[in-house]
Design a protein around this ligand. Structure first.
Ligand SMILES: NC(=O)c1ccc[n+]([C@@H]2O[C@H](COP(=O)([O-])OP(=O)(O)OC[C@H]3O[C@@H](n4cnc5c(N)ncnc54)[C@H](OP(=O)(O)O)[C@@H]3O)[C@@H](O)[C@H]2O)c1
Length: 311
């Protein structure tokens, strides 16, 4: 079976490269640019030199290019790891069309192309499709989407477009993703806690940090073991547990041995942002655990693994 991965040079896409190495299926890794040299170095460090770090160019806003690649390569599954992921940047009114194109229209393109060949689309969405209604229990899949910003709204449109297309799909909503690759909160805080004597981090937003490798592992197993058959639909996946950004930072510093930085909690108002993020953003993973029989690692255990790869 041929499986096409989009956004292969991002956090989740690179984790998929690590897993695909030992598969008997054929994976094609695509993105708009070549892989970043730092990511290539990390891939080699984690999995020796034999790993495939090539990137085939594919812009997912271009439906003709998608159709051509799907037909020429005999693609049966697309894993869409590409997206506009800059949550604050999405609030720039000049960027709205581009964010909607990438997060809503492009997933529809992929869905249409897969529908035409009777294939499967695996797509990633976000906890930020929720947040407008205040709640304090973990969100279930069927809960109504109430995004608070453009990123969440366009990701919700992407989900709706995929559903309307009639394709077979699995959508995973995830949250607070980090990895060894690209820019993310863990890498930023590793740097800041190593270089700053003092740091303030918000404690009034809680969610679940999620190691992109763990999500990639779940997607990989579902595809390799054909667990998607009869189980298409929307699922939630994050690591286990709940944390504020402040607790997350404390744990990062502890695992990295950055003991000299004084980390203090603060309120969100101290860091003005163009978008209001939900105060409580926890996903209920019961459905994914039940249907796919997965074990979900606790967030601090996964963080420890990622940091040991990074430092
Ligand atoms: N990051 C999080 O905290 C988070 C939380 C919840 C859900 N998610 C979702 O999880 C998924 C994976 O996120 P991630 O953090 O791994 O993303 P990421 O690191 O930002 O990677 C996205 C990749 O998509 C590429 N891309 C941009 N425009 C494209 C286009 N037109 N065609 C093809 N590729 C394009 C990007 O290239 P450039 O870098 O060159 O633009 C980048 O390599 C996304 O759907 C995201 O919405 C992420």
């Amino acid at each position: 079976m041929t499986i096409l991965v989009t956004g292969a040079n991002g956090q989740l896409g690179n984790e998929m490269r690590l897993l695909a190495k030992d598969s008997l299926n054929r994976y094609i890794f695509t993105d708009v640019c070549d892989a970043h040299p730092e990511s290539i170095e990390m891939l080699h460090k984690l999995l020796a030199d034999s790993i495939d770090v090539t990137t085939t160019k594919l812009d997912i806003t271009d439906i003709k290019a998608i159709r051509t690649m799907v037909k020429e390569q005999g693609v049966k599954v697309i894993i869409n790891c590409a997206a506009w992921t800059n949550v604050d940047g999405a609030e720039d009114p000049n960027k709205y069309e581009l964010v909607e194109l990438l997060n809503a229209k492009a997933p529809e393109n992929l869905a249409v192309a897969m529908k035409e060949v009777g294939g499967l689309l695996v797509h990633i969405s976000t906890d930020y499709v929720f947040g407008g209604d205040s709640y304090n229990t973990p969100c279930k899949e069927e809960q109504k989407g109430t995004p608070t910003g453009v990123y969440g709204l366009t990701k919700l449109h992407g989900e709706q477009n995929i559903h309307k297309s009639g394709v077979d799909y699995i959508i995973f909503r995830t949250a607070w993703l980090y990895s060894e690759f690209g820019k993310n909160f863990v890498k930023t805080m590793l740097n800041l806690t190593a270089t700053k004597p003092q740091l303030k981090v918000v404690f009034d937003q809680v969610g679940t940090p999620t190691y992109a490798y763990d999500l990639a592992r779940v997607i990989f197993d579902i595809i390799e073991q054909r667990k998607y058959v009869g189980n298409t639909g929307i699922y939630h996946y994050s690591n286990e547990g709940v944390s504020s950004w402040y607790d997350f930072t404390k744990q990062i510093a502890e695992y990295a041995g950055h003991t000299d930085c004084d980390i203090q909690p603060c309120h969100s108002e101290e860091f003005p942002s163009p978008v209001k993020r939900p105060a409580y953003s926890v996903l209920d993973k019961t459905k994914a655990k039940h249907v796919f029989g997965i074990h979900v690692p606790y967030w601090t255990d996964s963080l420890k693994n990622c940091i040991s790869n990074l430092v």
